[in-house]
Design a binder for this molecule. Structure first.
Ligand SMILES: [Zn+2]
Length: 292
């Protein structure tokens, strides 16, 4: 299994992220190249990048499975505010260059918010933005994330994701990231994940799925909330999440935990151990809090 979590890209940049992932027992990870809620970015330190790549190689992390996440304030949909739309485009372009310099292959992007726009116009704007951003020489693939449908989020169902993909010119530069919490909250029953995957395969193609955010949810199916819960403690449940993790058709797809901290403690080491053991740990929260 290819399993990791969100980690921090701190002062040691990719090296710090790699060290953190290894301390969690992970063989992949996901990072933001700066704060997720802003676009302030420090320049990359080449020697740290090189050291990180060596550390990965020596510890069984394939950099091809490592994921970057774009800041969520980027909105490729809102073309009515030209300045903000253009900023989102140029920022994402820059971010792709940074990801390329790190040697990482994938960047996850939230499609955007339609706000006061017609949904169709917003989806067209997203595709148009992607067509500005992508170039044939890019080594990085943009992964559109499936969203919960909170507020005016685009990408809240398969049809919207397909619409965007259909209108992108460089189709091999765009893939999809499924988020189990978002799917649940958008109205997909993860207990019936095989059915969803069959539909996805017919409409879009399973090969487009390049990353899975493996999260439990605090809210019931169809709630359109997007609040992540620790593995096995939410409405999706351990068995259903384990089924996604172990799915034969998705075995080469990296799975990333974005579950909440428990107090000040990151839950990932404990959740990864639990998922690897394939047995629910009823003491998960106590274990995380005692930070054993
Ligand atoms: Zn996301």
């Amino acid at each position: 299994m290819i399993l990791g979590s969100h980690v921090n890209f701190g002062t040691e940049q990719l090296l710090g992220a790699t060290k953190q992932a290894l301390s969690y027992g992970a063989n992949t990870f996901m990072f933001y190249t700066g704060a997720p809620q802003n676009t302030i970015r420090k320049s990359l330190d080449e020697s740290l990048t090189k050291e990180a790549q060596e550390l990965m190689q020596n510890n069984g992390i394939d950099i091809n499975n490592v994921i970057c996440h774009a800041p969520y304030i980027i909105n490729l949909a809102n073309k009515t505010k030209a300045e903000a739309w253009n900023f989102s485009i140029s920022f994402l372009k820059q971010e792709i260059k940074r990801v390329e310099a790190l040697g990482v292959r994938y960047i996850v992007v939230h499609p955007g918010n339609f706000l006061q726009m017609e949904v169709r116009d917003a989806l067209d704007a997203i595709a148009e933005a992607l067509n500005y951003i992508l170039s044939p020489s890019d080594s990085v693939m943009i992964l559109l994330e499936t969203m919960a449908g909170k507020g005016t989020e685009c990408g809240r169902n398969m049809a919207e994701v397909k619409y965007i993909l259909d209108h992108v010119t460089l189709k091999d530069k765009v893939g999809v990231c499924l988020d189990t919490c978002h799917l649940n909250d958008s109205g997909v029953d993860i207990a019936d994940f095989d059915n969803y995957l069959n539909d996805f395969d017919k409409l879009i193609g399973i090969a487009k799925i390049k990353c899975i955010h493996l999260n439990d949810s605090k809210n019931p199916c169809g709630s359109h909330k997007d609040r992540h819960e620790n593995i096995g403690l939410g409405t999706i449940g351990f068995a259903n999440l384990l089924h996604v993790l172990d799915h034969e058709k998705l075995k080469d797809v990296p799975k990333i935990l974005e579950t909440p901290y428990v107090g000040e403690y990151a839950p990932y080491k404990y959740e990864i151990a639990m998922l690897k053991s394939k047995e629910f740990n009823p003491h998960l929260l106590e274990d995380i809090q005692s930070n054993k």
